[in-house]
Design a protein around this ligand. Structure first.
Ligand SMILES: Cc1cc2nc3c(=O)[nH]c(=O)nc-3n(C[C@H](O)[C@H](O)[C@H](O)COP(=O)(O)OP(=O)(O)OC[C@H]3O[C@@H](n4cnc5c(N)ncnc54)[C@H](O)[C@@H]3O)c2cc1C
Length: 408
């Protein structure tokens, strides 16, 4: 499709990578990258980490404007797409402009969930998804005395770590009985609970916030939990999970379940439309289950897979998922998906470090590491090889992933 036009909706991680990969794969047609956020596409992970400390927004850009000019990528920032017309093959922006496509890529990401809590409108109640949110949070953090974080997932805990570095009192309130429960094993949750409590952060597990308290001037003064307990605080971060931005696709009649449904080639139910990243769910090549991942690596690998297909080199998406989270001086890395694990082996190779090896039916499926980069890289290599790794084989190497990966 060398003389055709690819339109990409969403100028985040996946959208940017999609445009860049199309060019690096030799696509010669027109590329239009439409994103509702202002400015150049930027990296999101530092928003809950380095950016809160240094406030350096320019460092977040993937590439300068010159990159888009040189590669003939038409960038349309500050533009929201409000409709897809599949018959006419065009999208319509919120201001009514119609933009035609031969192939459309939906890279619309996800948005923060608003939990059922009263008074979310109060001043100093924030959430964190984009650069504007992070700049606002950063400005208010420097004046805060007691921060309350609602939600003990990755973003909530990364923010808690930074806030406590600022010398602010921090309390995290999490409804589940452990931290980051959706994505990590019990051993990793426990490890991070000890880390955060050791730094003075208070963590209330198994508690739900029912109401935010007003100081009488419209500003937040704390929270009330469902058991009636009140906790004072002058800045609240709502970090209660995300939902896929799949409405555009659903309204156009595409198949949508937990996100936009795609096949192993990342095609939607309309073969002229692909979807990638946080907004799509795809068949996991290992388990066969449909999964939706919220990670930079998935968005990036999805973009690569689609770019290859659109330039005549189709191949299914088979990359091993991996994730990371930086909390204080601890780096959590996860290779593979551990949700189907029926057995776990946890090791503490060095002070502060942790390796959790997850097995299903006696086979390696995922590895979670804390400050153990070598074990993480070995796990990724082993999982990517496609060769099944039996638990007994690893046991014979004392579960030392680095030694085992060298030996096979
Ligand atoms: C604070 C924070 C920290 C994170 N840290 C990590 C981390 O450490 N490691 C990791 O792997 N992942 C991390 N993530 C997750 C990671 O950033 C996402 O998984 C990744 O950005 C997904 O890429 P995407 O292209 O699918 O979506 P996004 O990067 O979210 O981009 C989607 C874009 O589409 C735009 N859009 C949506 N609808 C429309 C429309 N109708 N018209 C035009 N534009 C539209 C949105 O405004 C957005 O700019 C973090 C996320 C956040 C918010």
């Amino acid at each position: 499709m060398s003389s055709e036009r690819v339109v990409i909706v969403g100028g985040g991680h996946g959208g940017f990578q999609m445009a860049a990969n199309l060019r690096s794969e030799g696509f010669a047609g027109a590329i239009t990258l439409i994103g509702e956020e202002p400015g150049l596409p930027y990296q999101r992970p530092p928003l809950s980490k380095a950016f809160l400390k240094d406030g350096d927004a320019a460092r977040l850009h993937f590439r300068p404007q010159a990159f888009f000019d040189t590669n003939n990528i038409e960038l349309m920032p500050g533009t929201r797409v409000s409709r897809i017309n599949r018959e006419a093959r065009h999208v319509t922006t919120a201001t009514g402009t119609e933009i035609g496509y031969d192939h459309l890529v939906l890279a619309t990401g996800s948005r923060n969930v608003r939990p059922p809590v009263a008074n979310l409108h109060l001043e100093n109640v924030l959430s964190l998804r984009n650069l504007a949110d992070a700049a606002d949070l950063r400005a208010r953090l420097s004046a805060a005395r007691h921060v309350l974080v609602i939600g003990g997932g990755f973003i909530g805990m990364e923010f808690a770590a930074v806030a406590s570095d600022f010398g602010v009192e921090v309390t995290v309130i999490e409804g589940a009985d452990r931290l980051m429960a959706r994505t990590v094993s019990g051993a990793v949750s426990k490890h991070f609970l000890a880390l955060h409590e050791g730094r003075g952060t208070r963590v209330r597990l198994g508690r739900f916030v029912s109401e935010l308290l007003d100081d009488g001037t419209g500003r937040v003064a704390g929270v009330r939990l469902s058991d009636g307990t009140e906790i004072a605080g002058d800045l609240v971060l709502i970090a209660a999970g995300v939902a896929p931005n799949s409405e555009l696709a659903a309204e156009a009649g595409l198949s949508v379940s937990n996100g936009i449904d795609v096949d192993t080639l990342l095609r939607t139910s309309d073969l002229s439309i692909s979807a990638l990243g946080d907004c799509c769910n795809f068949p996991d090549p290992v388990s066969g289950n449909r999964v939706r991942l919220e990670s930079v690596q998935a968005a990036t690998d999805h973009a690569r897979t689609i770019a290859k297909r659109l330039t005549g080199k189709p191949a299914p998406y088979t990359a091993v998922p991996w994730f990371w989270s930086d909390q204080s001086h601890f780096k959590l890395q996860i290779a593979g998906l551990g949700s189907g694990a029926d057995e776990q082996v946890a090791l503490e190779p060095e002070a502060g470090g942790l390796v959790v090896i997850n097995f299903a039916a006696g086979r390696l499926i995922s590895v979670e590491t804390v400050n153990s980069a070598a074990a993480h890289m070995s796990a990724r290599r082993l999982l990517a090889s496609g060769r099944p790794v039996a638990q007994a084989e690893l046991a014979a190497h004392n579960y030392n992933l680095v030694d085992y990966a060298r030996a096979v």
